[in-house]
Design a protein around this ligand. Sequence first.
Ligand code: NDP
Ligand code: 2IT
Length: 442
Amino acid sequence: MVKGIIEQVKKRNPGEAEFHQAVEEVLESIAPVLEKHPEYKTAKIAERVVEPERQLMFRVPWQDDKGQVQVNRGFRIEFNSAIGPYKGGLRFHPSVYLGIIKFLGFEQIFKNSLTGLAMGGGKGGADFDPKGKSDSEVMRFCQSFMAELFRHIGPDTDVPAGDIGVGGREIGFMYGMYKKLRNEFTGVLTGKGLDWGGSLVRTEATGYGLIYFLLEMLKDMGKSLKGAAVVSSGSGNVSIYAVQKCQELGAKVVAVSDSNGYVVDPEGIKLNTVKRLKEVERKRISEYVKEHTGAKYHEGCNGIWTVKCDIALPNATQNEIDEKAAAKLVENGVWAVAEGANMPSTPEAIKVFLKNKVAFGPAKAANAGGVATSGLEMAQNSQRLSWSFEETDKYLERIMKNIYAQAKKASEEYDQPGNLVVGANIAGFEKVARAMYAQGLV
Ligand code: NDP
Ligand code: 2IT
């Protein structure tokens, strides 16, 4: 039965390979839930959950520093609001098109459900490349983007945040424009600055949350992070704070990357250098070896998976680990993989990990700490209060432990113990399905 739905999705959404991939994985996992609940079949819950409630595409014109007019395309997919307002990030990257935003929005539905907070699923972005642009160009782009998006979002309707290419700077420019157009100071975006409604821990949340989730996986294996060799791809928000937490807990992070290449530092990555290069100077990771001569830079980002490690953390982008890379990691003795990026392992790569009994933490569970802390930012905005770092961090840790427990329990209930892919998909789906069913045909 799910085969037919997958075929229909492919036909109705031609050329959107990433969206097809995400739908296929989730629907195959939840097939037994549909068998157990004939009422979901009659109500066509699966057919409805793969169709976004609303899809917005819009023109984003702006002027570069030379006075030339540029035109980009903006997106917001309001995918599912069964359990809360649409919630999910904005991605600014030249590769962005409808299929990417739809895959991300679809994944977000189940991820947000797993957090236990009241957040529906959404995602947006633009095919704009912030790289090499001046701050003024980024500001003009963000303002133009928000000049359209503002009419569709709101603190109880749809709450965007960051993702690839959208960090504190971009959120600031977009928030300013929203506030001006609506004449309202509300919690309409998360990832805001600490002086104007942001939450402590949001910057660190996805990386920290990933490691809290990984610790639960390791606990069940009787292992720890102490002395473990870790490879973390990317050198953006997720990778930086995952590396920080790993190092704090005694692991040795030996490699990080960006879209051009990767650095291997056998003595352990010096995170302060990475942070300065990436967060402040917005430079390439290749610059790292100028300061640390014991380290080596290699061109090409995917080679990072040939670096020997115990734990692999794909923290850059979708489909960055293919079957061959997974096989190489296994050959080199990897024993755990936890996904900080969204859908970084191809379906074939996941099969390799599961077949070889590598502990595997799937993205929608393992990287939910970012959106969970966004949920905590929304809660603080509603209270007009700010919580302490320790309090927020503890809350995040509790949420990640709970997500692990839910995914593990569902995998056991559905006779696939140890398969957290199936466990997370089922646990995330069940709550959304119950809510959709209860709310009738809307
Ligand atoms: P950033 O923009 O901060 O960093 C992205 C990093 O990944 C950069 O090092 C970038 O390199 C690299 N990268 C981006 N695209 C590619 C590509 N096509 N090939 C190789 N490397 C690439 O983004 P985030 O750290 O926020 O996001 C990373 C991943 O985590 C994404 O999959 C995102 O969806 C996911 N995620 C993010 C959350 C968040 O809260 N920020 C929450 C949950 C998931 P370069 O600088 O060269 O572009
Ligand atoms: O993929 C993700 O979960 C994010 N980019 C974070 C979304 C959010 O709303 O904080």
